[in-house]
Design a protein around this ligand. Structure first.
Ligand code: KG4
Ligand code: ZN
Length: 383
């Protein structure tokens, strides 16, 4: 199983953007020698990371370059879409060049160009989509459009070479909280999703309320390690007995009320206890729904994906529950859980194998639903 070893080379550019070259260890043989290798150049720019990667046969990462703008957005307390788009434009060519050069490739060695075309910030997505279209047009290489959340799920294939569908996957990121039954490559049944805030969004809002700043998830995670998770009893929302849906807005309001009441009474709040108690409430619900869903679907494999999947407590809880129930647990390294292009290369590979390539009319689709790719892409004609 995956080794979760991270080897990241970093440098900070003059403008504060952090350039990372990520090496993930593991066996590199992904095909028998008589089969033809498929090498994909992948591009991701849906939010505040500009990323490019070269991935062979969907699972072998030859290079993984991430240019993170987090530091630029921190002063505004969240991602500023206009700044994100402008930085993507500045960084994308450098990322693609670095990805090719670290992989020891040039464009002739590439079989297809994969790119995230939704969901995400429209201006940010457009930069990656335009870059991929330009490269595809100039080289004649096929263009593959990838759903960002499918990419997150496929990050598991990179680290766990033996993992094959079907499996249950909890996807928890800044914009999504989905329980997905992965039936086959590229075939997804969404069996639960958030009715309001995504889990990562709740982490970010609570972090802001307790003064930890942006990005909230990693800061709450760190603060929670110093706090008592049983200090405050926050609610765990159950949307209905039969549903695997999530709801985090009530929990977020409960934290805000707790902070307001303490302030009105002039009581000092222990931020670490609030962080730990809030985190426990989120982790309880995510874990419970995932384990129940795996049981109902008879899944012996559970995977996690998305930025929140790098949360220490969530990883530990699911690991221990899976051990108790004899279920194999798959958790990519934190750097493969947050946004990157290697995961887009993995998802793009399986789309490419199915012949799902796209034309020069590929557009960014900011609200692209999971499992509904073609209909949305051809949105107007399907009506
Ligand atoms: O998947 P991702 O990198 O971007 C989106 O597709 O949204 O997820 C970002 C989200 C943010 O809300 C961030 O606060 C959260 O993932 N996150 C975490 C942790 N690291 C990132 N949440 C909880 N604990 C963490 N360690
Ligand atoms: Zn993401």
């Amino acid at each position: 199983m995956g080794n979760n070893n991270e080897n990241i080379q970093r440098r900070t550019d003059e403008d504060g953007v952090i350039f990372m070259s990520v090496k993930t260890e593991g066996e590199n043989q992904t095909k028998s020698s008589d089969e033809k290798d498929i090498t994909i150049l992948a591009i991701e720019s849906s939010c505040d990371e500009t990323a490019a990667a070269v991935v062979r046969n969907g699972r072998e990462v030859l290079s993984n370059i991430i240019s993170s703008q987090i530091a630029l957005h921190t002063i505004y307390g969240g991602v500023v879409p206009e700044i994100a788009s402008r930085k993507h434009v500045e960084k994308i060519n450098g990322c693609v060049r670095a990805a090719l050069s670290e992989a020891g490739c040039n464009l002739e060695d590439i079989d297809a160009i994969a790119v995230t075309y939704g969901p995400g910030l429209v201006g940010a997505l457009l930069v990656g989509v335009s870059e991929a279209k330009a490269l595809s047009f100039a080289t004649g290489k096929p263009l593959v459009g990838v759903h960002h959340i499918e990419g997150h799920i496929c990050a598991n294939y990179i680290e766990y070479k033996e993992l094959e569908p079907p499996f249950m996957c909890l996807v928890a990121s800044g914009g999504h909280s989905h329980l997905v039954y992965v039936k086959d490559y590229g075939v997804y049944d969404i069996i639960g999703q958030t009715r309001d805030d995504a889990a990562g969004e709740a982490f970010d809002k609570v972090a802001r309320a307790i003064g930890l700043g942006y990005p909230g998830g990693p800061k709450v995670d760190a603060a929670a390690k110093q706090g008592d998770p049983d200090a405050i009893s926050f609610p765990r929302a159950k949307t209905s007995e039969k549903s695997y849906d999530f709801s985090f807005s009530g929990l977020k309001s409960a934290v805000l009320n707790f902070l307001n009441q303490a302030e009105m009474k002039g009581e000092e709040v222990n931020k670490n206890d609030v962080a730990a108690s809030f985190q426990k409430a989120v982790v309880d619900v995510l874990t419970e729904h995932t384990m129940e869903a795996a049981k109902e679907y008879g899944c012996k494999k559970i995977a996690i994906a998305g930025g929140v999947a790098s949360n220490t407590s969530l990883r530990e809880r699911l690991q221990s529950e899976c051990e108790k129930q004899g279920i194999a647990f798959y958790r990519p390294s934190p750097v493969l859980c947050t946004d990157n292009a290697a995961m887009i290369g993995a998802a793009g590979y399986y789309e490419f194998l199915k012949g799902n390539t796209m034309g020069m009319d590929l557009n960014a689709v900011p609200n692209l639903p999971l499992g509904d790719r073609e209909r949305r892409y051809h949105g107007r004609s399907s009506k």
